[in-house]
Design a protein around this ligand. Structure first.
Ligand SMILES: [Cu+2]
Length: 122
């Protein structure tokens, strides 16, 4: 294979890879509470809506509250034909800023993750 055709082949593979990721990965499309939201009362649950169906066994969240304290979260469950991850919050959230880290595995076998924060108003 010439140097040029090898380069072309590599570029083609890279392009297919990028296109495949963009199409198939589970992207966070909506969350409740939303990113940067200020809520008046402690949410009873977290809802994360994704673009793809999820595998709940390998999906979850971690919430950190004021003073970097870990927030107790319940067992994640799927809703909305498997595209929404619902996590109950058994304990009331005190006022402050909360950081939510999520990680999901979509049924196509791809992992995605992200972080966002919301505030519980005093
Ligand atoms: Cu994917």
């Amino acid at each position: 294979m010439s140097k040029l055709s090898r380069l072309t082949a590599l570029s083609a593979i890279a392009l297919v890879g990028i296109a495949g990721q963009a199409l198939a990965h589970a992207h966070l499309t909506k969350s409740v509470p939303a990113d940067q939201a200020v809520v008046a009362t402690s949410p009873a649950e977290i809802d994360l809506h994704f673009s793809e169906e999820l595998n709940v066994k390998f999906s979850g969240i971690k919430i950190t509250g004021p003073g970097k304290a870990a927030v107790k979260a319940g067992e994640p469950a799927l809703m909305d034909e498997g595209k929404t991850l619902m996590v109950p919050l058994p304990e009331k959230l005190e006022p402050g800023v909360y950081t939510l880290e999520w990680h999901v595995l979509s049924t196509d076998g791809h992992k995605t993750n992200g972080t966002y924060s919301f505030t519980v108003k005093p």
